[in-house]
Design a protein around this ligand. Structure first.
Ligand SMILES: Nc1ncnc2c1ncn2[C@@H]1O[C@H](COP(=O)(O)OP(=O)(O)O)[C@@H](O)[C@H]1O
Ligand SMILES: [Mg+2]
Length: 266
């Protein structure tokens, strides 16, 4: 008799479970039910936002040579990799302090210095923190962006990708423009210029992003960038405030050994 009852109860519970009832929620009060529903809704909203934000990083980003950058966090930064250890500590500290502010504020940050000093690495560390703080972040290698413009006129897929990328660059919370300035071409007059369609688009993007955060890595001087782009674009993208400029002064490349005697730049 007992075994028969137990079996029936078990069957009943199994059916109820399949239908989404549990002992817990059949016994809950209306207030509890309301609270549970609210919590479930919050969780769904959170998941949707996370999914949307991840898409900016994982799907819309344009990586150099199509290869996503390896994850880099502030913990991965080893000042001892640099010959100039205090300078390596200083730039990372500044990047970290600015990142903390960027969780609640919006402003632009530039990371300037020679190749191999760790500009992209710190931009990735900043991205990691900001993504974890709930920001949508998109990484765009400007050389790769230029490549999309170079696609043949009959390459519809590339054109579509370009259009889509430009739209996303306007709306994302935090845009990383990596190696800004490498997309310039030498003109017949011996000047470095960015192709005019890309120049116009970057102008529009810089306008659309005045209330957002753009983080730029570059190994060009501001004046060089201003000959490549409309000076207004550069003014809007590169912060004027020294506080928001991270200059890798007196630092050498950590790729394949340390370079000595690297001249300072601003
Ligand atoms: N202080 C550092 N600690 C750890 N890895 C570093 C450091 N500086 C640079 N790197 C690594 O060295 C390589 C070159 O740095 P990268 O950020 O690409 O330089 P940049 O963007 O200035 O050209 C990358 O693999 C980067 O992760
Ligand atoms: Mg770089």
């Amino acid at each position: 008799m007992t075994a028969y009852l137990d079996n029936n109860i078990l069957k009943l519970l199994a059916t109820a479970k399949k239908k989404g009832y549990t002992l817990k929620n059949t016994m809950e009060t209306p207030t509890e039910r309301e609270a549970r529903k609210q919590q479930e809704e919050q969780e769904i909203t959170k998941a949707l936002i996370e999914g949307r934000n991840n898409a900016y990083w994982e799907q819309y980003s344009l990586w150099a040579n199509g290869k996503p950058e390896k994850e880099f966090t502030f913990h991965s930064w080893v000042p001892g990799k640099q010959q100039n250890v205090p300078a390596a500590q200083r730039v990372a500290r500044k990047a970290l302090d600015l990142t903390k502010r960027l969780k609640n504020e919006t402003f632009n940050v530039s990371l300037g210095g020679f190749p191999g000093v760790g500009k992209t690495a710190l931009a990735l560390a900043m991205s990691d923190r900001l993504r974890k703080a709930g920001k949508s972040v998109m990484f765009v290698s400007t050389a790769e962006l230029k490549r999309l413009y170079s696609a043949g006129y009959d390459d519809g897929e590339q054109k579509q990708r370009l259009k889509f990328t430009l739209e996303k660059m306007k709306e994302v919370d935090v845009l990383i423009l990596d190696d800004f300035g490498t997309e310039g071409d030498m003109t017949a007059q011996g000047k470095v210029r960015v192709r005019s369609d890309m120049r116009d688009d970057m102008y529009r993007i810089s306008n659309a992003r005045v209330e957002k955060t753009t983080i730029i890595t570059t190994n060009n001087m501001i004046d060089e960038l201003k000959t490549m782009y409309d000076p207004k674009t550069v003014d809007r993208l590169i912060p004027k405030n020294e506080e928001q400029r991270i200059v890798f002064r007196g630092m050498g490349s950590v790729r394949g050994g340390v370079e000595r005697g690297v001249p300072q730049r601003d």
